[in-house]
Design a protein around this ligand. Structure first.
Ligand SMILES: Nc1ncnc2c1ncn2[C@@H]1O[C@H](COP(=O)(O)OP(=O)(O)OP(=O)(O)O)[C@@H](O)[C@H]1O
Ligand SMILES: [Mg+2]
Length: 278
């Protein structure tokens, strides 16, 4: 059996401000697969992946390079569609939505932060943060005040007119976080957000994520670093496109120190591949 104690992890997280009247979790991924075709090569990036994430959780996604972490984040962030399987966000099956509806959900519900910051180099910090409002119906009015407030929220009030090449790595990531939280999304997705940062700056960025989570948001962070995962309440480990283990942080750390035999790991893999009814 896949090591799973997600419910215990969820009970560790505080209740968010989000509407909890329905029993539907915020995220429910059912038997999700993603197949890429490159020439004659067929790549199974996700293989029948099952995952449930509740409101106001703070979750780390870990796994070796190529295990499917970014592919999963692209699916959760509605940037791409699964080949098979379903993805329910707030109870709605987004895997069946049309492009327009999907873009709207993405704009309202999701904030993204990437390792490489993804800022427009010629725009100032303020203009970069305002960007999501360009695509947000009716939100253009008052955009400047909202963007300034978001920059203030991440401690960058004194750098609003700086361009990315005039900012440090940590400051660039703060701009990216301000842009990501501007629309007050339900979910903040961060793919290796501290991968390009030194340890002091990493600690500052993690503190920011902790605060955002404490304000009620769901935060999902892909990372290779144990130090980053230790700030989350739950660790989901992927291998070859499926969930290898899903544990509260304390149990994940304990499990790593137990160092399973290769046979046990293979057995867990086989059990997981059998799939769980959604
Ligand atoms: N657009 C794509 N076209 C073809 N193959 C892809 C594409 N994106 C990802 N893959 C493949 O899918 C698999 C999973 O890739 P993914 O980027 O999700 O891994 P990852 O866990 O994020 O790795 P890393 O830790 O290196 O970022 C890899 O084998 C990768 O080569
Ligand atoms: Mg990746």
């Amino acid at each position: 059996m896949v090591e799973s104690n997600a419910a215990a992890a969820r009970s560790n997280s505080t209740d968010g401000a989000a509407d909890d009247s329905s029993r539907e979790p915020l995220i429910r991924v059912c038997a999700m697969s993603k197949i890429y075709r490159v020439g004659v090569e067929v790549i199974h990036a996700l293989r029948g992946l099952e995952l449930t994430i509740g409101r106001n959780e703070m979750v780390a996604i870990m796994g070796s390079s190529g295990s499917g972490k970014s592919t999963l984040m692209n699916m959760l962030g509605c940037l791409d569609r699964p080949t098979t399987g379903a993805y329910f966000l707030n109870g709605r099956d987004v895997s069946r939505m049309g492009a327009k509806e999907l873009a709207m959900v993405r704009n309202q519900e999701i904030g993204f932060v990437f390792q490489s910051f993804e800022l427009l180099p010629r725009q100032t910090a303020l203009e970069n943060v305002e960007l999501p409002l360009v695509y947000s119906h009716g939100a253009w009015r008052g955009r400047r005040a909202r963007a300034l407030a978001a920059l203030d929220r991440v401690g960058l009030s004194s750098r609003v007119h700086h361009r990315p090449n005039q900012l440090s790595g940590g400051q660039k990531q703060r701009v990216a976080i301000a842009r990501a939280i501007l629309n007050k999304p339900s979910i903040l997705l961060a793919d290796e957000p501290t991968g390009n940062l030194d340890s002091a700056t990493t600690a500052e960025i993690l503190e920011l994520f902790r605060q955002i989570h404490a304000e009620g948001q769901t935060v999902i962070i892909v990372t290779h670093e144990d130090e980053v995962a230790a700030h989350c309440h739950r660790v989901v480990r992927l291998r070859d496109g499926y969930v290898l283990s899903d544990l509260p942080i304390a149990q994940d750390i304990a499990a790593r120190h137990r160092a399973p035999s290769p046979q046990a790991a293979q057995s867990a893999a086989n059990d997981t591949n059998a799939g769980v009814a959604c």
